[in-house]
Ligand binder design. Structure first.
Ligand code: PBG
Length: 327
């Protein structure tokens, strides 16, 4: 004899309409941010072998992709530039005539009222050694010399119309340095989306082809986080960034770090983003090309998982396509 009716969780799963009614995790086009690459000195978009479907854009093809994203209702774009000439200090990063600054002006003019145009703020796409900052003679990255370069790049991006700057280099104090520089140049209205909990990850492999920024020696483990530390460290990084003035924080990669997404989302009051990175994209595309998985279902399942873990915004190379599925 049971005092209470037996639990029957299946009742609410019985029909598609019931499932839709009770769903409380949603992927919406406006939550998605499309990362885009623009390369200097090319006449046609260049495919990226390890990221089928993603290209290095020309300025023209980028405008078209930006329009498509806006049409699909995507919430934002984040722009990465690839210059033809790289040097030790990453001069292209703050050159007003550098590719990212020029492409940014195009995109803001085209779609700047329809979606949020963001810029990744780092040096690795611009340095000849491929590291995210200025090097010391021993090959280590000089934290504070790098902050000056980030500050200058932030101002250059803001002048070119960036609507959100997103520092991704994992230097200590980068948010404060960028905030001070932006405020000092009259850009106090420009938000900072900090890549706060960014892990040294093999999942970035294909990106390094896309942005042509593989380190020429060593790796980034001296500045990016170690996945063998508990999620608390990601929370600490996020809280430090908020204290320095970050308006939103990011966890990266997403899929293998959903515990960090959840912990950060519980700990901060600012919006949380998660970046589904190039390796996550490549693995799904590769398996789907073999016919081994249901591509659309897997992509939506992953995006839903990232949202369920607590991310408000999701950076994904599938943003435009996925927005079309969920709108
Ligand atoms: C650094 C940066 C990287 C990514 C975004 N910003 C590469 C890295 O840290 O090595 C990776 C994104 C991806 O893999 O999709 N500027």
């Amino acid at each position: 004899m049971t005092a209470y009716p037996a639990a029957r969780p299946r009742r609410l799963r019985r029909t598609p309409a019931l499932r839709r009614l009770v769903a409380d995790v949603h992927v919406r086009p406006s939550d998605l941010v499309l990362p885009v690459f623009v390369k200097e000195g090319i006449c046609d978009p260049q495919p990226i072998a390890s990221m089928p479907g993603v290209v290095q854009h020309t300025r023209d093809s980028l405008k078209k992709a930006a329009h498509e994203a806006a049409e699909a209702g995507v919430g934002g774009l984040i722009l990465f530039g690839i210059p033809t000439v790289k040097d030790a200090r990453g001069s292209g990063a703050d050159d007003p005539d550098g590719i990212v600054q020029l492409a940014l002006q195009d995109v803001v003019a085209e779609v700047g009222d329809d979606l949020v145009v963001m810029t990744d703020l780092c040096l690795d796409e611009y340095t000849d050694h491929g590291h995210c900052g200025i090097l010391l003679p021993d090959g280590d990255v000089d934290n504070d010399a790098t902050l000056e370069r980030y500050a200058s790049a932030a101002v250059a991006q803001a002048r070119a119309g960036s609507q959100v700057v997103a520092p991704s280099g994992m230097m200590d104090g980068q948010v404060r340095a960028i905030r001070e520089a932006l405020d000092g140049e009259g850009f106090s209205q420009i938000p900072i989306l900090a890549y706060s909990a960014k892990y040294a990850s093999a999942y970035y492999g294909p990106f390094r082809d896309a942005a042509e920024c593989a380190p020429q020696f060593g790796d980034r483990a001296g500045y990016q986080q170690d996945g063998a530390r508990s999620a608390d460290e990601g929370v600490r990084e996020a809280l430090l960034d908020v204290a320095e003035g970050a308006d939103a924080v990011m966890v990266k990669p997403a899929g293998a770090y959903l515990d960090v997404v959840r912990a950060v989302a519980d700990a901060v009051e600012v919006p949380v983003a998660a970046y589904q990175v190039s390796g996550e994209y490549a693995m799904v595309e590769a398996a789907a090309a073999q016919g081994w998985i249901d591509r659309e279902r897997i992509i939506l399942e992953q995006l839903t998982a990232i949202r369920r873990a607590g991310a408000g915004m999701v950076l994904t190379y599938w943003a435009t396509e996925a927005a079309g599925w969920v709108r």
